[in-house]
Design a protein around this ligand. Structure first.
Ligand SMILES: N[C@@H](CCC(=O)N[C@@H](CS)C(=O)NCC(=O)O)C(=O)O
Length: 218
């Protein structure tokens, strides 16, 4: 069976899990701690990062973009699209994944000025999506596509922060907010994180940060 090596708070892992879940590909998952990477992980991982996916023939894959593309090549893609549409889908997915770390940095900001500066940068991504979204439930229609899966970690994390601190990173982006609600309602958010995700995630980003001070007052 496919094995996914993961870290509980990792957005890149959540995207890969989204692809696996949507394709109904069975997999097992092993979580590691990144501040104490086990030697067996360092031995197999070329860049020392998660996600790592060990295929059924024991090939070790790394880099989430490559893994998601592999899953499309190996298993049935969610939808058949033209080469042009595939390029567009990848480009819109990249608009999300390149903001995973900036979102982590924003949430981890220690003071309001740093938070505001980082948030303004992050919100440029949400504005791009807002301008592109139509009136459908999801990015490309009333079904979950690869683009939705790529945006899932950003939108899911924004929802946990809102719930816990009252702060909405998506304020002013009504279409993105509706898209976020549709993704949560679909159940994909829960299926792509560990059971203790909210606890682990909040423990990290809502402790000793600017957002923590908002959460205390919430
Ligand atoms: N470009 C990589 C980024 C993955 C990444 O940054 N993973 C983080 C966790 S979210 C990691 O493993 N960090 C540990 C490290 O860099 O040593 C991908 O798309 O898979």
């Amino acid at each position: 069976m496919i094995k996914l090596i993961s870290f509980k708070n990792c957005p890149f892992v959540q995207r890969v899990m989204g692809a696996l879940v949507m394709k109904k590909v069975p997999f097992e998952i092993e979580y590691i701690e990144l501040n104490n990477k086990p030697q067996w992980f360092l031995d197999i991982s070329p860049n020392g990062q998660v996600p790592v996916l060990v295929t059924e023939d024991d090939t070790v894959l790394f880099e989430s973009d490559a893994i998601v593309e592999y899953l499309d090549d190996k298993y049935a893609p969610i939808e058949e699209v033209t080469a042009e549409q595939k390029a567009l889908d990848r480009a819109w997915s990249y608009q999300a994944s390149k903001h995973y770390m900036p979102q982590c940095g924003t949430m981890g900001s220690k003071d309001k000025d740093t938070f505001d500066t980082r948030l303004a940068n992050l919100q440029k991504a949400f504005l791009k999506a807002e301008n592109k979204l139509g009136d459908t439930q999801f990015f490309k229609g009333n079904y979950i596509s690869n683009v939705d899966i790529a945006w899932l970690p950003l939108l899911h994390r924004a929802s946990v922060i809102k719930e816990r601190s009252g702060f909405d990173m998506l304020e002013g982006f009504p279409k993105v907010q509706a898209w976020q609600s549709a993704l949560i309602k679909s159940g994909l958010t829960e299926k792509t994180v560990p059971q203790d995700f909210v606890e682990k995630f909040s423990g990290f980003y809502l402790t000793n940060t600017y957002l923590a001070s908002l959460a205390e007052a919430h």
